[in-house]
Design a binder for this molecule. Structure first.
Ligand code: ADP
Ligand code: MG
Length: 277
């Protein structure tokens, strides 16, 4: 028998509260430790029986544990900022298929190891959508990795030089959803493109991948260098794919224009001698 659990409660002089806290810690039940007295008092007042008292504590522990796991998943995903679909204005992006995005937020495509490619010029909300879908995936219990194409290639090259490429490849393969943002802004060297191809190739039918790009498919060769490689990469990526077409005016530009117009209005009113804002 474990020496830590002896002597029994009956024979010890140590207060049961102290022993309980000890056991809760050993059993990794922090919510039990924090709540058992308060919930006990509530249950006594309400005349709730022992099984229901235990049930309440178990439920609290599980809710807390799920929250902690989710927060850990979000930290591990390394999102540069947190964005959700709740703050996404679909009216501002009429070319985007809203029902498809909402469907994707349910994450069944991740279980099916499918891919998503968001295409469109700068500022139209590709990264926002990718971050929101990544967050939804974390909330649904999937492991997620977020990176930009340039950072990923840089990381792969570094890992290769330091002889730990295999470990990184494994990590990149095993994550349930890999988000590769901004493919197209920075062209890669031949080695960089090969390494990136290998990531997509290993993930093919193994895990879900989300790529955002400012370039239409027929221009991907300009960043990947080789036509053969681009063809093979697109072949894998687009086999089971949902395309998000995001063509329109930059949201950044549109909002800054609106802000300028708003700022200009009081001046006009002031010039006319009006008092209303
Ligand atoms: P992209 O990745 O396509 O260049 P971003 O996703 O970075 O664009 O969007 C630029 C900024 O505008 C971000 O702060 C983003 O949250 C915001 N944004 C873009 N589109 C929308 C939208 N439809 N509704 C709300 N915010 C948006
Ligand atoms: Mg972006």
């Amino acid at each position: 028998m474990n020496a830590d659990i002896e002597p029994s409660i009956e024979t010890t002089t140590v207060a049961p509260q102290v022993l309980l806290i000890n056991h809760f810690k050993a059993l990794k039940l922090p919510t039990f430790a924090r709540e058992y007295e308060k919930v006990g008092a509530d249950c006594a007042r309400e005349g709730v029986d022992y099984p229901r008292y235990l049930l309440r504590l178990c439920e609290l522990e599980r809710i807390d544990r799920e929250r902690r796991t989710m927060e850990r998943r979000i930290r591990l995903a390394r999102f540069p900022v947190t964005k959700s679909l709740e703050t996404f204005d679909f009216m501002a992006m009429p070319t985007l298929n809203k029902s498809l995005v909402l469907e994707l937020a349910r994450c069944e495509w991740i279980d099916k190891r499918e891919n998503v490619i968001a295409l469109g010029p700068s500022g139209v909300g590709k990264t926002h959508t990718a971050l929101a879908l990544g967050l939804a995936a974390c909330q649904k219990g999937h492991s997620v990795g977020f990176t930009t194409a340039a950072a990923l290639v840089h990381e792969l090259m570094e890992a290769r030089d330091e002889k730990r490429l295999r470990a990184l490849q494994k990590q990149l393969t095993n994550v349930k959803l890999l988000i590769v943002d901004e493919l197209g802004y920075v062209p890669f060297t031949a080695v960089g493109a090969e390494l990136l191809f290998e990531v997509f190739s290993r993930r093919y039918e193994h895990g879900a991948t989300l790529v955002t790009s400012n370039l239409p498919f027929d221009e991907w060769t300009s960043v990947l260098g080789s036509e053969r490689l681009t063809g093979a990469l697109l072949d894998r990526l687009t086999h089971h794919v949902h395309i998000l077409e995001m063509n329109g005016e930059s949201y950044r530009l549109a909002t800054s224009k609106k802000r300028q117009q708003r700022n200009a209005k009081p001046n006009i009113a002031a010039e006319k001698g009006g008092t209303n804002p």
